[in-house]
Design a protein around this ligand. Structure first.
Ligand code: S3P
Length: 176
């Protein structure tokens, strides 16, 4: 890893079910950085689950908490973190700008079929708690195309384990 990358956080973005958390944990371990997950930060701060917040207070309220959580990370030393973001964190441009200031943005992608099977656990993803999750996923992916595309590195996780994805990221970062 080149010197200036040492001073950059590794930020994982991408849709639900693309493996940001598992990959982030491995990356953090192998690079000696602290792992943080924006959903977990929101849950710790409020004492409520993400699904509970969506249900009680709605998406906009959740997005405000998410933005605040990301902002709180700005106080940490640049280069000390691997940040896994919630799938919708990059919708707001202000969040993307903030993450980019101190981080290298790595977007994970996956096929809709893989996303469906990885997110099928009932109740954990409020936005996909609908009659036709496949249709909703395709709709959200389309809506968020530009936001996800605003990244430094994009990795297709199809057929790869989180360990393989993290190895691929480290390989790409070498000649970054
Ligand atoms: C969301 C993704 C979720 C969580 C919330 C909303 C989204 O995080 O933040 O349910 O809008 O894509 P994961 O991507 O970690 O599942």
């Amino acid at each position: 890893m080149k010197l200036d990358l040492k001073h950059k956080n590794l930020v994982l973005t991408g849709f639900m079910g693309t493996g940001k958390t598992e990959t982030g944990l491995i990356l953090a371990r192998s690079t000696g950085r602290r792992f943080v997950d924006s959903d977990k930060l929101v849950e710790e701060k409020t004492g409520k689950s993400v699904a509970g917040i969506f249900k009680e207070s709605g998406e906009v309220y959740f997005r405000d908490l998410e933005s605040k959580a990301l902002k709180s990370l700005d106080r940490c030393k640049a280069g000390s973190l691997v940040i896994s973001t919630g799938g919708g964190a990059v919708i707001r441009e202000q969040n993307r700008m903030l993450l980019r200031k101190k981080g290298i943005i790595i977007n994970l992608t996956a096929r809709v079929e893989d996303i469906i099977s990885r997110t099928s656990e009932a109740g954990s993803r409020p936005l996909l708690d609908v009659a036709n999750p496949g249709e909703k996923i395709a709709e959200l992916l389309e809506e968020r195309k530009e936001a996800y595309g605003d990244c430094d590195i994009s990795i297709d996780t199809t057929g790869l384990s989180p360990l393989e994805v993290s190895e691929k990221i480290l390989e790409l970062l070498k000649d970054y």
